[in-house]
Design a protein around this ligand. Structure first.
Ligand code: MRU
Length: 356
């Protein structure tokens, strides 16, 4: 997708280094960062220079490439794989991508291993791009249905950033939006700010602006009243891990939006590539929910009148804060799962119908 009119992907390999867009600097600074070793890749995932489930997976895959480049002994590659898997706990794409890389590399000769690793990491990223494009084409049908009835701007609410910045390209939740926009369907997006890190405001609104899609940032608690007023036609969100029973783990606050949508009879869709399905965990209580530093709540970063980035404390000095990063929306509140293979019911039957 575009930034200042130029096409980008979120990650690429060039002259023996991995290049990423440093998302901690957006929207105020656009900085391309180089990752030269596996430690850099782990750090980029931990500090959320890259984030979003599919992009974390892509970065981990290239992290294995960097590990092989540093030292192609199997012990070092395995140690690196463990460090990458542990860098963030909730998005299943991370483990999925690392395991796929390790499987591909097993039994490969040392003189070929770097080429094989590089080809597989590129394949993981190319595949994600294709899957996200197909998610968009499938989700477009739901937007078209609404537009054909309404014959007016379709208002879509989204939470966090499940945009192209969270993937390799297109995004998951945003891909149907980009496809509808390209087709000339008038769209307006309600962008949940998404406290505490503001991925909605900082990333989703930013990328929609760059693609010239009308959008409005709202405080996280505003969606409910907009739904009661009839100002939301549908919700589309992403996911970091969807269980085979259709329960959806995504950025904290998604569950409350799904409850409000359910109460107001508004379709609530979740967009995901198959790499985000967890076929193993059966109970949502077993999903590892990331708890991040409470400083992300108590401090806010922004740009001051001198164009300088500043971080300020907004809480009482001695207050305690808790920062759970994800929640789980039970399948019964999800209207449908938009995948690369089609749209299905959020249930084991629905998912198995498409993928097994
Ligand atoms: O903590 P983040 O910013 O990595 O969380 C991202 C999300 O919750 C996204 O909705 C999710 O990864 C969907 S991926 C397109």
């Amino acid at each position: 997708m575009k930034i200042e009119g130029k096409e980008y992907r979120t990650i690429w390999f060039e002259e023996n280094v991995v290049k990423i867009i440093n998302q901690t600097k957006l929207p105020h600074q656009f900085i391309i960062k180089e990752l030269t070793n596996v430690k850099d890749a782990v750090n980029a995932i931990k500090t959320m220079e890259v984030r979003g489930a599919p992009l974390i997976g892509g970065t981990a895959a290239y992290g294995i490439v960097l590990a092989v480049q540093e030292n192609n002994k199997s012990e070092y590659i395995k140690e690196s794989a463990t460090k990458l898997i542990q860098s963030r706990p909730t998005a299943i794409n991370l483990k999925w991508a690392v395991n796929r890389m390790i499987k591909k590399l097993s039994g490969i000769n040392t003189d070929q291993i770097l080429d094989v690793a590089l080809t597989e990491a590129k394949e993981i990223c190319d595949e994600d791009e294709k899957f996200c494009e197909n998610i968009g084409l499938n989700g477009l049908k739901k937007i078209e249905e609404i537009y054909n009835k309404k014959k007016d701007t379709v208002n879509i609410l989204t939470h966090c950033n499940a945009g192209w910045l969270a993937t390799i390209n297109w995004g998951t939740a945003t891909s149907p939006i980009y496809h509808a926009h390209k087709k000339g369907i008038p769209i307006h997006v309600w962008v949940d700010e998404t406290r505490p890190r503001n991925q909605g405001a900082n990333l989703t609104s930013y990328e929609l602006n760059e693609e010239e899609i009308p959008n409005t940032i709202i405080a996280d608690n505003t969606g409910g009243i907009l739904m009661q007023r009839g100002e939301v036609d549908m919700c589309i969100v992403g996911t970091d891990r969807t269980l085979s029973n259709g329960d959806v783990c995504n950025k904290v606050g998604t569950y409350l939006k799904a409850l409000a949508a359910y109460d107001n009879n508004i379709p609530f869709y979740v967009a995901l590539p198959s790499s985000t399905i967890d076929w193993e965990i059966k109970d949502k209580k077993d999903i590892p929910i990331e708890e991040r530093n409470s400083e992300e709540l108590s401090h806010v970063e922004g740009i001051d009148e001198n164009n300088e980035i500043k971080k300020v404390l907004i809480y009482p000095n001695n207050s305690k804060a808790m920062n759970l990063a994800f929640d789980v929306t039970p399948a019964k509140y999800v209207t449908g799962l938009i995948t690369e293979k089609g749209i299905c019911e959020a249930s084991e039957k629905g998912l198995k119908g498409l993928f097994k």
